[in-house]
Write a protein that binds this ligand. Structure first.
Ligand SMILES: Cc1cc2nc3c(=O)[nH]c(=O)nc-3n(C[C@H](O)[C@H](O)[C@H](O)COP(=O)(O)O)c2cc1C
Length: 390
């Protein structure tokens, strides 16, 4: 069976002390401080440790002209070659390698800037449960952080010493300021209320709906929405997770921005959607009562069609989602709905639920909106110390 090297890998010299049972058993402090070479490849979910001999073999084995096991074993030693196959840094045509091969093909096809591809795949979360960690007292409070790391760097940062500051004129105040003042992150949704069909449709259209298109060339159409987007591509998809929405069965829907319609992908019970939504937002139980969430997933193949192997393209992905998020907050404020955004998401659960192909599409953030409770039980930024303008 022909064997080849994976197309892309990056190496880190990891010198972080790590737990070692042998050290404890031999009377040491339980930490291993030996530096180790770690290989990161975008088709893998986690880095793997490699030796210098393995790196030398990887250098010699082609990603494009496969070799046979016997020939490669003669040159590099059979156990070394088998070890690299096991780690997924060498690939063959076996069933066992099918998922890695498929993902590696995407590394080749989607024009990722290599460090971004690795940051994307290796930064994904699996099974993080913040609610459970909270219950076990494992989350650091603000006080714990100050105790451990000292005070946070100051909120207002001066760049000059002793220079006079120039007071600016009084800012204008209009209806827009009132809307901005109403924008805030909600962590207290009413579990007994549904979102109305009109509010959901309004939110989806204002935030993710297309307003117009402009053909730049045959095959290249710029899309306009209410938020800016890198390259006019609007490569962010909106997947709607529904728990309680008027006229919609609980389930997963995909929003079609050109026709302002939903395509149902999966129906489920309300209880199962509640559980899925909890998993998706990594156990942040203060968001669980929201009637709908929207997963914002980037289509990397669409954005990188223009920004090929571009060092800034991955930043554009996040900026696009940030702009959509702010439009979402303002639209919710206007409708009198509570709203939130979170990047603390269990990517693996989201990808599985939505059938996203890692590296082609990826969840970046989740937002949610709906009727809020009259009284807060979880903290929001209320009772602020006002900062007045003289
Ligand atoms: C990128 C981003 C990620 C956030 N992630 C979380 C989160 O994981 N959990 C949460 O409760 N709030 C999250 N928030 C909300 C912030 O905590 C909130 O915006 C901040 O405390 C200021 O409050 P305000 O939005 O009411 O002005 C996030 C906000 C942003 C912009």
């Amino acid at each position: 069976m022909p064997i080849r090297r994976c197309i892309q890998l990056m190496i880190e010299l990891d010198a972080e002390p790590r737990f070692a049972l042998e050290s404890l058993l031999s009377g040491g402090d339980g930490l291993d401080r030996t530096p180790r070479w770690m290989a990161y490849a975008a088709h893998l979910d986690a880095p793997v440790q490699v030796t210098l001999d393995e790196l030398k073999a990887l250098e010699a084995i082609s990603p494009d002209s496969p070799g046979e096991l016997s020939a490669l074993s003669n040159e590099h030693g059979e156990s070394l070659v088998l070890g690299l196959l096991e780690k997924g840094l060498l690939l063959n045509d076996s069933e066992q390698h099918a998922r890695w091969r498929e993902r590696e093909q995407l590394v080749r096809d989607v024009a990722w800037w290599p460090p971004a591809a690795i940051a994307m795949t290796h930064g994904r979360w699996s099974d993080v449960d913040i609610g459970a960690r909270n219950e076990r007292g494992l989350m650091m409070s603000s006080q714990d952080m100050v105790d451990a790391f000292g005070s946070a760097p100051e909120a207002e940062y001066r760049r000059t010493e002793n220079s006079e500051t120039l007071a600016l004129s009084k800012p204008k105040n209009s209806a827009f300021n009132e809307l901005l003042a109403k924008r805030k992150t909600c962590r207290n949704f009413d579990p007994d209320q549904t979102i109305s069909a009109e509010d959901l449709a309004t939110m989806l259209h204002r935030v993710w709906g297309a307003i117009g298109t402009l053909e730049l060339a045959p095959g290249a159409v710029a899309v306009k929405k209410n938020s800016p987007a890198g390259g006019g591509l609007h490569a962010t998809e909106a997947y709607v997770l529904v728990q309680r929405a008027e006229g919609l069965r609980p389930g997963i829907y995909h929003y079609l921005p050109m026709r302002h319609a939903l395509e149902p992908m999966h129906f489920s019970s309300q209880e199962d959607m509640r559980t899925l939504m909890y998993q998706c937002v990594a156990g942040q139980d203060w968001f669980q009562d929201v009637p709908v969430m929207v997963v914002m997933a980037a289509r990397f193949d669409r954005l990188f069609w223009k920004y090929r192997r571009h060092t800034k393209a991955w930043r554009v992905v996040h900026l696009d989602v940030g702009h959509l998020s702010q439009t979402m907050y303002l639209s919710a404020a206007d409708l009198g709905l509570g709203a939130f955004v979170t990047a603390a998401i269990n990517d693996h659960a989201v990808e599985q639920a939505l059938g996203l192909q890692t590296l082609k599409e990826g969840a970046i953030a989740i937002v949610g909106f709906g009727p809020r409770l009259p009284v807060n039980t979880t903290m929001e930024l209320d009772n602020l110390t006002p900062i007045g303008i003289k």
